[in-house]
Ligand binder design. Structure first.
Ligand SMILES: C[S@@+](CC[C@H](N)C(=O)[O-])C[C@H]1O[C@@H](n2cnc3c(N)ncnc32)[C@H](O)[C@@H]1O
Length: 277
């Protein structure tokens, strides 16, 4: 048990930060200013080189995370397919302890701080997240937007009403009013969100980790992306199907750059089709 904790709390973050620094150095040396900006954000997260105003906000989310992680009450999570729930398959509902769910499914601090650094670098007016869970990654994004001169809003989609309610309570506790939670299956909500709010500069696809679903969600979102938008895909090595869809996305001519951080894939989108990474 102690060894597991050392691996989760120390070794894994160390490995993630090393990857961020390696990819950050590669991108930061490129001529393309958007690649350089993403590279600098990776280096900032990889070196934990945030300034005091940024540190204070991220610490607030971590304090909130600790409270949620300790919760022992439950909610019912509908299973929408791969990655949405552990047991039963699509159509079933699984009862979950909030604290256990939050610990297992939320972005760890390193990746959440990478989202924060990317939103600070890209300065998107609109962010989109597929998979709110209890709201950790969306809180990081929304706080980064709060520090950005032009502000901005996060749209986050969640299929489990119980998880969405926990997230909304967290946002209230954090004083975050620039997050809109859209409750329902992505299959039913995404189309309306992208049609009504075109112009996303940052997207985090972190739910329903299925090969075809991931490809379809990206293609549904693509018309609403700004040129130079950053699109982050979670769990790209979670299954053979996710590895295949990541290879396909990374090779897609619409991606000017694709960075494989092993756990996460980060792409820069070109409306005209990019030169490839
Ligand atoms: C890995 S968690 C998201 C973690 C969150 N992005 C973070 O980093 O803090 C994935 C979430 O997506 C939701 N989800 C999965 N498939 C879904 C679908 N098809 N429609 C709506 N929500 C879905 C699950 O209920 C779960 O809360």
């Amino acid at each position: 048990m102690a060894m597991l904790r050392v691996f989760k709390d120390l070794i894994k973050p160390y490995i993630y930060r090393s990857r961020l620094r390696a990819e950050g150095a590669r991108l930061a040396a490129m001529e393309d200013p958007e690649a350089r900006a993403v590279g600098d954000a990776f280096l900032k997260a990889g070196c934990a080189a945030f300034d005091a105003s940024e540190e204070v906000l991220m610490e607030c989310v971590e304090t909130q995370r600790a409270k949620v992680n300790a919760r022992t009450d439950t909610f019912d999570q509908p299973d929408y397919g791969a990655g949405a729930g552990a047991a039963g398959g699509a159509g079933r509902t699984v009862r979950r302890v909030i604290g256990e769910f939050a610990r297992a499914a939320s972005s760890p601090q390193v990746w959440a701080s990478m989202h924060f650094a990317l939103v600070r670098a890209v300065q998107p007016a609109l962010c989109l997240e597929l998979g709110t869970c209890v709201g950790i990654a969306s809180a990081y994004m929304a706080l980064a937007q709060r520090l950005n001169a032009a502000g901005g809003r996060v749209f986050t989609l969640e299929g489990a009403p119980g998880a969405a309610a926990v997230a909304e309570a967290n946002f209230r506790d954090l004083g975050l009013e620039n997050i809109t939670v859209v409750v329902g299956p992505f299959q039913e909500t995404l189309g309306t969100v992208v049609a009504e709010h075109p112009g996303f500069g940052f997207v985090f696809i972190d739910g329903h980790h299925d090969e075809q679903a991931t490809w379809d969600y990206f293609n549904q979102i693509a018309p609403a992306l700004l040129d130079g938008a950053v699109v982050v895909f979670d769990d790209i090595a979670w299954s053979d199907g996710m590895r295949r869809v990541w290879s396909r996305l990374a090779a897609d001519p619409r991606m000017a750059h694709a960075c494989d951080l092993r756990h996460l894939g980060v792409c820069i989108y070109r409306r005209t089709g990019g030169a490839g990474a």
